[in-house]
Design a binder for this molecule. Structure first.
Ligand code: GAR
Length: 210
């Protein structure tokens, strides 16, 4: 019989935790006219809730624990092998909390996106909401961007802005931003899967925003 031929972009999702962004992508892909399908979920951490979400959606899921590998490159290679064996054409990082090496990033150039809980290029790295509150800015948000070897630095596909309210805590701000993450990640994936957005020479080229 062979594999399913659907004409949809075959996506691999990498996670490390609760997987609410994975869920947003699963829900989008469940829509009949959505141009992508998730064919593999990989977590670098065992036992996380995101793996349950994959199981419930009947999506193949693997745990590839980074600690089992002698180097970053060996870990990246193991993921690369699993992704290619599953026929993955495009990768979404969804709360994947390991740095990827330059070889992996270059190998998937233009086919690898991440979601980050700030308006990049502001507030890269970890403890993002804490950084935002410490800086005293009035706006924050979320960014879906192409991944390049430099951390949180690739060009943006979609961004959403949220206000920072006086009295916000890390939790209240994170929840407001997360809600927008779940909106923009499926939008960005649809744009890419329909070929309306491409990565070219370090820039995002948008062919048709309609
Ligand atoms: C999300 O807020 C995502 O933007 C962030 O981790 C959270 C994962 O939540 N990612 C990063 O900070 C990557 N630098 P989720 O597991 O519920 O999707």
């Amino acid at each position: 019989m062979g594999g399913k031929v659907t004409g949809k972009l075959k996506v691999g999702v990498l996670i490390s935790g609760r997987g609410s962004n994975l869920q947003a992508l699963i829900d989008a892909c469940a829509e009949r006219d959505f141009p992508a399908e998730i064919v593999l979920v990989i977590s670098n951490v065992a036992g996380v809730y995101g793996l349950e979400r994959a199981k419930k959606a009947r999506i193949p899921a693997l745990v590839i624990p980074h600690g089992n590998y002698p180097s970053r490159e060996a870990f990246d290679d193991a993921m690369d092998d699993a992704l290619r064996a599953a026929g993955v054409e495009f990768i979404c990082l969804a709360g994947f909390m390991r740095l990827l090496g330059a070889k992996f990033a270059r190998g998937w150039e233009g086919k690898l996106v991440n979601i980050h809980p700030s308006l990049l290029p502001a507030f890269k790295g970890v403890r993002v909401h804490e950084q935002v509150l410490d800086a005293g800015v009035a706006m924050s948000g979320a960014t879906v961007h192409f991944v390049i070897p430099e951390l949180d630095s690739g060009p943006a596909i979609v961004q959403a802005e949220v206000p920072v309210h006086p009295g916000d805590t890390v939790e209240t701000l994170a929840a407001r931003v997360l809600k927008q993450e779940h909106v923009i990640y499926p939008i960005a994936l649809r744009m890419v899967a329909e070929g309306r957005v491409k990565y070219e020479n370090g820039r995002v080229v948008i062919r048709d925003r309609a």
